[in-house]
Design a binder for this molecule. Sequence first.
Ligand SMILES: *[C@@H]1O[C@H](CO)[C@@H](O)[C@H](O)[C@H]1NC(C)=O
Ligand SMILES: *[C@@H]1O[C@H](CO)[C@@H](O)[C@H](O)[C@H]1NC(C)=O
Length: 426
Amino acid sequence: MLAISLVFLLLATVSAGKHDQYSGYSVHGIKLRTQSDKAFIEELTQSLDLDVWQVGNPESRDAQLMLSPEDRVAVLDDLDKHGLEHYLHVADVAKVLEAHEKEVNQWKQSRSGRLMPFNDYPRYEEVDAYLEQIAAQYPELVTLVNAGQSFEGRDIKYLKISTTNFTDTSKPVYFMDAMMHAREWVTTPVTLFSIHRLVEDLRDLDRDLLEDIDWIILPMTNPDGYEYSHTDVRLWRRTRSINLEVSTECVGVDANRNFDVNWNTTGVSQNPCSDVYPGTAPFSESETRIVRDIIAENLNRMEIFMNIHSHGNWVLYGFGDYTLPDNVIQLHVLSAAMGAAMDALKLPAAEWYKIGNSAMILYTDSGSAADYGQYVGVPFSLTLELPGYGNGFLVPPQYIEHINFETWEGIAVSARLARSFYRARQ
Ligand SMILES: *[C@@H]1O[C@H](CO)[C@@H](O)[C@H](O)[C@H]1NC(C)=O
Ligand SMILES: *[C@@H]1O[C@H](CO)[C@@H](O)[C@H](O)[C@H]1NC(C)=O
């Protein structure tokens, strides 16, 4: 009896305490007046390894920083000293995480049986089952590829969708991937919905997208991190690789700083516990090697690589060190067309999409997936940051359907432009 009550007690503490590590953490909005305010926040963030909930832009978008109880007083003092106006956005992150978890569970329960994986936050197994099912159901159109394993041994699978089994060289390849960063839950549904609209629910108006383009869709680049964000730490971002020579305390690498382009130069931290730790070498992570290999294998026809993240309403192109690709005009045209298509369908609560060079309008970085694609020769290699509606990474599940719908329209526009540019270079 005692043993049983003890077990109960333990279970109760574990579930009640799941988000305790964020107890007392707060999120603060900061009004930015100038580029130098923005640079100041970027420096502050890097020097203290702060978690950025939102990157701000002068006069148009407030920055949001998460602060631990230990950092709070000093950081807020620093902001005051610089004359920066700030306000409390989230008083207790642990409480917000609990409410979000409840909301996600209720969403699943209230729709059980009617829920498609793309209208939900599906677990790894559910995504895997969906890919298997689509491949089995549409063998003429869809090829399932098991690209290798994550650090913890999960299969990382993607679909190739093609009416000509990737044999027609007059077609461009469109590659999209999602969930490189674990906490960005709404990214995977967008890729699953794209599969759905291309295969299960193709509309007459979209027939050209299926017939003229070969698609590679990788819904979950970092499954270990994603599962961990469900079971343990909702705000986990990195992979889950263990390297005891580097750290016995922290695991994982920022996959989006681990690609071999300007690697370990800017926008990274040497602290292995940091969310922008780039790893011990380029491609130290099996997850990033898989993306690298997909690009290499299809490079002669890959016209576009869309690396999908959440959140912030951005379409970004390289490079993260302020240098611009030679085809920057076309990159800007395509990105802007995509952003405009999504803005036309936006909900009132969403930000307008911002388009541009990632260093100029977001922050400097190195070793990113999109920069790598651009660097090795994909003409349109982009980072897409989906809407967060003021909820950061914790996008309420009620928004998933709308994000899927508006993003698909943006993807369609980018795909048609990519097709034109591909034909022009042939
Ligand atoms: C497509 O080509 C691959 C070889 O590249 C082959 O294994 C596969 O069976 C083909 N699929 C279809 C539907 O023809
Ligand atoms: C990354 O760059 C820093 C600063 O230049 C350097 O000290 C460090 O050794 C580099 N890390 C690796 C693994 O090369």
